[in-house]
Design a protein around this ligand. Structure first.
Ligand SMILES: [Zn+2]
Length: 180
């Protein structure tokens, strides 16, 4: 966890992000900055679908794409839309600890049993479904995945500023992931 940089005052916001929508997100969420009024979104947030997370920020401030593990590989059109039509120039990519998209194989039996019993799937179809999709959605490690996904997105959208971040479910705070 020493790869995480905590933000407990504006001095802790990395200089590159100060006075950008990414820095403002940290001020709203971590530092209780009073909410400003927004007519248009300033930021795109990519974050996990996990139910334990809630961001403290003003209405209209951000687009949010929620997908398992904050994995935006299969949401590219929506990212492009937020940039091209929504006009955003900044992305906060927010993973979190204890993410269910890490070590998916350990939940294989639970996944299949759940689809069969809860959704009424046939055993064989449920197995095929898991084996087909689990490798696509497995993220390996929360922080490593966010860093590699940040690099990928920076190559894809070179004029957009992208910050790799982590949400700790224990304290509900946002942290920068150290890229050095
Ligand atoms: Zn997650």
């Amino acid at each position: 966890m020493n790869r995480l940089l905590s933000v407990q005052s504006t001095d802790d916001i990395l200089p590159a992000y100060l006075n950008t929508p990414i820095g403002q997100l940290l001020e709203y969420h971590n530092l209780n900055r009073p909410f400003d009024n927004y007519q248009n979104a300033r930021l795109l947030i990519g974050m996990c679908m996990d139910n334990r997370k809630h961001l403290h920020m003003p209405d209209n401030f951000a687009f949010i794409i929620r997908a398992g593990g904050a994995n935006l590989r299969y949401s590219e059109f929506k990212v492009s839309y937020a940039i091209a039509v929504g006009g955003i120039q900044h992305i906060a990519l927010i993973g979190h600890n204890n993410c269910g998209m890490v070590n998916l194989i350990s939940r294989k039996n639970e996944f299949i049993k759940g689809l069969v019993e809860t959704a009424g799937w046939e055993q064989e179809k449920a197995e095929e479904h898991f084996m087909h999709f689990a490798p696509m959605f497995e993220i390996g490690s929360e922080t490593d995945f966010i860093l590699s996904e940040t690099k990928r997105l920076r190559l894809r959208y070179p004029k957009i500023q992208i910050a790799p971040m982590l949400y700790l479910v224990e304290d509900n705070k946002l942290y920068f992931i150290n890229e050095d």
